[in-house]
Design a protein around this ligand. Sequence first.
Ligand code: HEM
Ligand code: HEM
Length: 220
Amino acid sequence: MARPTQPALIRLTHWANLVLFAIMAGSGLRILAAHPMLGAVGEEYRWVPFQGTRPPAFLTLGGWLAGARHWHFAFASLFVLNALVYLAYFVASGEWRRRLFFPRRDARNAWETLLHDLRLRRAAPGEHGLYNGMQRLAYTGVLATAPLLVLTGLALFKPVQLPRLTALLGGYDLARALHLGVLVALAAFTVVHVVQVALHPRTLVDMTVGRRARHEGGPT
Ligand code: HEM
Ligand code: HEM
């Protein structure tokens, strides 16, 4: 089945997001390393796994707390700007129609793709257009969770100026745990995503040069 070309703005913002996301995650993990306990001092959360464990140095950026904060705050606006360019194009171009998950259209295909990928079903999933149902589900999940990263980030950045936002997110300490939790979820998505891309290398060509390719399936 011929797939449509990946539009230039989607490709550009996707790869820019990869660089910006890596910078935000690396500097964020260096900030975490300065105090790797979640919850208020003396009332640390018991439910958080790996409490007190410093992230490995090779995953961090900025050298020390102040350096990492400089990186984090300098690149936060670029991260948001890139996301806004993507979103504006996503909505205005109508691309959302073939990229978002709609249960009535995609649920069956998502289920069949999952079973097929797990080798529990022989028959390939039916016709699905640009992305299969599982991809649409995963990408829509990313788009739905990413704003929480920005909102919790803003609550941590200006808790005094934005008291309502901070309160809405359960207070400073919970916002901090959520900020980190979203990063963990997106990092887990990225691992599966990259494995799937490696299994379907033509999609990488499409996402880079945008040309038409003939193939089925794709990464989640
Ligand atoms: C608008 C975007 C963002 C803003 C305003 C923001 C803001 C902040 C602030 C204020 C802190 C606490 C700094 C401190 O206590 O000194 C922080 C920590 C952190 N951020 Fe972000 N952030 C944003 C996006 C991101 C993104 C995209 C990621 C990951 C890809 C990320 C990962 C982290 C991590 C891991 C920490 C350490 C958690 C901690 O120990 O407090 N942030 N961020
Ligand atoms: C080395 C890292 C990465 C590689 C190689 C990669 C590769 C790709 C490729 C090839 C596609 C197109 C899939 C297809 O045509 O079937 C894609 C789509 C997508 N990727 Fe990535 N990606 C990476 C990192 C990330 C990260 C870090 C995120 C977000 C946290 C992300 C989010 C997405 C989303 C949301 C889409 C769908 C975009 C749309 O259609 O609007 N990717 N990626």
